[in-house]
Design a protein. Structure first.
Lengths: 208, 102
C-alpha cells in the first residue's frame, strides 16, 4: 500500500524533473529500487549531469550487492531463474524474508519472492498512476514538491542509522555535501560525500 | 537519446547487474569484514548528502528558502515517528503554503 503511494509520488516527481511518462514507468519496471530512482531524478531535475545521476543511483544500490550475496543460498534453480528472482530483492522483501534459527539466520525464498512480487506490482502500478496524475497538477514548485525529495531522503536516512558508524558516516557525508554545494557543479557534492563511508574500513561493528 | 532515457537505461542495467551478482555467482559467502563495513555505510552517507543538497542546494550556491522550512517540519514529523508518507506530504504542504503566503 505505502509502496504504491510512493510509486505515485515517483511518477509525479519524475514528470516534474523532466521525464516523459513512458521513461518513468520503464524505469520502475527495469530498475525497481525506490531510493536510487528518486536520487537519479532529483539530481537530473536539479540540473546535474547524467554521470552524477548514475553515480548517485549506483552508489545507493551498491548495498544490494552484499544483500544479494547474503541471501544467495536461498536462490535455487537455473541461472535465469536466479537472475529473475534476484531482481525482486528490495530492502523490505529482504528484511521480511530473514528467518532466525538456532543455528543462525537464513533467508526464506518463498517470502522473498512473494513479498518482492507484491511490492513490484504496487510500485509499477503506482508509478503509472503518478505519471498520469502528474500532468494535471501544474507547477511542481507551487505544490512544494521540491521539498518532498529532501524530506523523503531524510526519512529513509533515519531508517539506516542503526549503528554509531552509520550515524557518523551520515554526519560526515552531509557535511561534505554542504561545504561543496557553493563550489562544485550539481551532483558532484553527493559523489564526493561517499568518501564518508571509508570510515567503515575499521570493519563491521555490532548493531546497537 | 534524451538524458532521461539514458539514465533509465544505464541505471536499469547497473541495478540488474548489482542485484544479480550474489544470487547468480556466489554460494553465500560473506564479504570480507572491511569491505562489508564500507558497503554498509554507503546508504547513510549518500542519503545524508542527498538531504543536504536537495534542502539547501542551488546552482553552485546555498539557497535558503521555503523548502528548508518544509523539510524542518517534516523532520519533526519523522522524529515523532509519523509514517514516511505523512512526513513527506507535510514537507510539500508546508512549503506550498509558505509560498502562497509570500
Amino acid at each position: 500500500m505505502a509502496v504504491g503511494l510512493f510509486g505515485v509520488s515517483f511518477g509525479v516527481l519524475a514528470g516534474s524533473a523532466g521525464f516523459e511518462p513512458l521513461a518513468a514507468v520503464v524505469m520502475s519496471v527495469t530498475t525497481f529500487a525506490g531510493s536510487a530512482q528518486f536520487a537519479a531524478i532529483s539530481v537530473l531535475g536539479a540540473g546535474g549531469t547524467l554521470a552524477a545521476a548514475v553515480g548517485a543511483a549506483v552508489l545507493l544500490n551498491a548495498r544490494y550487492g552484499p544483500m544479494g550475496l547474503a541471501a544467495a543460498p536461498a536462490f535455487e534453480g537455473s541461472v535465469w531463474r536466479r537472475l529473475l528472482q534476484s531482481q525482486l530483492v528490495v530492502d523490505e522483501a529482504w528484511a521480511l524474508s530473514i528467518v532466525e534459527e538456532e543455528r543462525g539466520r537464513r533467508f526464506d525464498r518463498r517470502i522473498l519472492v512473494g513479498a518482492g512480487l507484491l511490492l513490484y506490482a504496487a510500485w509499477v502500478a503506482g508509478t503509472t498512476a503518478g505519471v498520469i496524475a502528474g500532468g494535471a497538477l501544474g507547477d511542481p514548485e507551487d505544490l512544494g514538491l521540491d521539498a518532498a525529495f529532501p524530506a523523503l531522503f531524510l526519512a529513509l536516512l533515519v531508517g539506516q542509522l542503526g549503528s554509531r558508524p552509520a550515524a557518523t558516516a551520515a554526519l560526515v557525508g552531509g557535511a561534505i555535501a554542504l561545504v561543496l554545494i557553493p563550489v562544485a557543479p550539481a551532483g558532484v557534492p553527493v559523489i564526493v560525500a561517499v568518501a564518508a563511508c571509508l570510515i567503515g574500513l575499521r570493519g563491521r561493528e555490532e548493531r546497537s | 537519446m534524451s538524458t532521461a532515457w539514458a539514465a533509465v537505461v544505464v541505471i536499469g542495467a547497473a541495478t540488474v547487474a548489482i542485484k544479480a551478482a550474489g544470487p547468480v555467482l556466489a554460494g553465500g559467502r560473506e564479504l570480507p569484514d572491511r569491505l562489508g563495513g564500507v558497503v554498509e555505510l554507503l546508504a547513510p552517507a549518500v542519503l545524508a548528502a542527498l538531504v543536504v543538497t536537495q534542502a539547501v542546494g542551488g546552482d553552485e550556491e546555498l539557497v535558503i528558502d521555503e523548502r528548508l522550512a518544509g523539510v524542518g517540519v517534516a523532520a519533526v514529523a519523522i522524529a515523532l515517528k509519523a509514517p514516511i508518507l505523512v512526513s513527506v506530504t507535510t514537507a510539500a504542504v508546508v512549503t506550498a503554503l509558505l509560498r502562497l503566503a509570500t
